[in-house]
Design a protein around this ligand. Structure first.
Ligand code: 5AD
Ligand code: SF4
Length: 467
């Protein structure tokens, strides 16, 4: 029947917009979950929402400006709603909230609440307070574990997460690279306890998830409390999660090169479920710049780590991050970066112009690089990376790879999944393949995806399954 006859008060709606990293995507889901427990349903557009949350990122340039710009647009929605007799609350979460704090409500008075990444479990209370008295700010680093207080995915009415899900296992960073705000916005390194992670992954598997990506700013530095006390490494955690029924694939990101321990490399050798694809940001190929960045690794140790991983898992592919134009970067330093890229050969990489983050040591350094020089170097590095990326995609043509299918494609009869290397793969198939791994022969490439065909005829598999 129509819900107009329903005597219950209409549920409220929350819209969460995520910027930046996958950890924010995960946090956004958890914010929607925690508000879901308060009767808020999640909606896909801000126009429909009673509570609009921007989950912001502060890692690179103009982050705060982008947020203020977006807030300006949302303010109009709030005003329109008010003229229709509806109250809309606006909240800013994430790393810009942490970094700017009170400044946000001073500069944008129509913002009702500001909440830092460590306080999301307090959101219902903050929203209630903001409803009475706007301008609530909570950017503390509380001692309690926010994950323990947030609803478990299963409790969150098993909201569909699709085939692939993120699970944050570690937050924060103690490395203090001199360019980076993360240690200041996300705080010190904290690992979640093993039991909580296993329970979450089991619940996801029961809800149909087949691939889990473990997230952390420094995920390979994971050192969570084990079920019987003692600390578990990431490798041990991965070995245990590979045993969870239903979980077919595991990934983890983002890693620090200095934390690629022997046991983690051995996990790559031993665990079929651990995908042969690793994001290992190097930032620069110059030892001088790596030292100035306080990276705690040099180019040779990076090469050695790559070699050890390739020996353990010959089909492994690497991706990385590069910062171009860090203070003091000479042409020779930049050439070292280009040479490192040529030597490793990446399947993908992200490159960014260095951007000053106020409060970090890099901001105070002499030798800031001219914008035009940064731009020129960035183009050169991006051209090289693009050519490597194309070569990698092309190298898969003719190969048979395993694809985990996720959903129907745009074309009729098409199914879309992901390769072990995360590229989307399209095939034509007689029925849905969602949630299954199939062997696919790659027959061609598109700009950002691969075309393939099923190697094992579906009918043969159906017979096998029936046996
Ligand atoms: N300027 C440019 N890029 C940065 N990153 C982090 N801080 C900065 C900065 N100040 C990049 C790094 C990191 C990625 C997530 O963002 O390459 O690995
Ligand atoms: Fe930032 Fe460095 Fe920590 Fe990565 S390791 S989050 S770049 S400080």
């Amino acid at each position: 029947m129509s819900d107009t006859t329903d005597a219950k008060p209409q549920s409220k709606a929350v819209f969460v917009k995520s910027y930046g990293c996958q950890m924010n995507v995960y946090d956004s889901q958890r914010m929607a979950d925690v508000m879901g427990a308060e009767g808020y349903r999640e909606v896909a557009t801000p126009e429909e929402a009673d509570l609009i949350l921007l989950n912001t990122c502060h890692i690179r340039e103009r982050a705060a400006e982008k947020v203020y710009h977006e807030l300006g647009r949302i303010r109009e929605l709030k005003q329109t709603a008010k003229s229709e007799g509806r109250k809309v609350l606006i909240g800013v979460a994430g790393c810009v909230a942490q970094a700017e704090g009170e400044e946000i409500v001073k500069r944008a008075k129509y913002v009702d609440l500001v909440v830092g990444p460590q306080s999301y479990h307090r959101l219902p209370d903050l929203v209630a307070r903001a409803g009475i008295q706007p301008g609530v700010v909570d950017t503390e680093f509380p001692v309690e574990d926010k994950f323990a207080k947030l609803p478990k995915p299963a409790e969150a009415k098993a909201r569909s997460r699709g085939i692939s899900a993120f699970v944050t296992v570690q937050e924060g960073c103690d490395k203090f690279c001199t360019f980076c705000v993360v240690p200041y916005t996300r705080g010190a390194e904290v690992s979640r306890p093993v039991t909580a992670i296993i329970a979450e992954v089991e619940a996801l598997a029961e809800a149909g998830v087949r691939e889990v990506s473990l997230l952390g700013q420094n995920v390979n530095a994971y050192h969570g409390e084990g079920p019987n006390g003692g600390e578990w490494t990431l490798a041990r955690l991965l070995r245990r999660l590979a045993e969870v029924p239903g979980i077919l694939r595991l990934r983890y990101t983002t890693s620090h090169p200095s934390e690629m321990s022997d046991d983690l490399i051995e996990a790559h050798r031993d665990l079929g479920a651990l995908m042969p694809s690793l994001h290992l940001p190097v930032q620069s190929g110059s030892n001088r710049i790596l030292a100035a960045m306080n990276r705690k690794h040099d180019r040779d140790s990076y090469f050695r780590t790559i070699d050890r991983l390739r020996a353990a898992r010959p089909d492994i592919a690497f991706s990385s991050d590069f910062i171009i134009g860090f203070p003091g970067e000479t042409d020779a330093d930049f050439e070292d970066t280009m040479e490192l890229i040529r030597q490793v050969g990446f399947a993908a990489a992200y490159s960014f112009k260095y951007s000053i983050r106020p409060g970090t040591p890099g901001a105070e350094m002499d030798g800031q690089i001219d914008e035009a020089v940064k731009t020129e170097r960035l183009y050169a590095v991006q051209a090289l990376i693009t050519s490597q990326q194309r070569a990698f995609q092309q190298s898969l043509v003719g190969q048979t790879i395993e694809v985990l299918f996720e959903r129907a494609g745009r074309k009729f009869g098409q199914q879309v999944g992901r390769s072990p290397y995360l590229s989307p793969v399209q095939v034509m198939a007689p029925s849905s393949l969602a949630g299954r791994i199939e062997r696919i022969r790659i027959i061609g490439t598109e700009t950002n995806s691969l075309n393939g065909e099923l190697v094992d005829p579906i009918s043969a598999r159906a017979v096998q399954a029936a046996e």
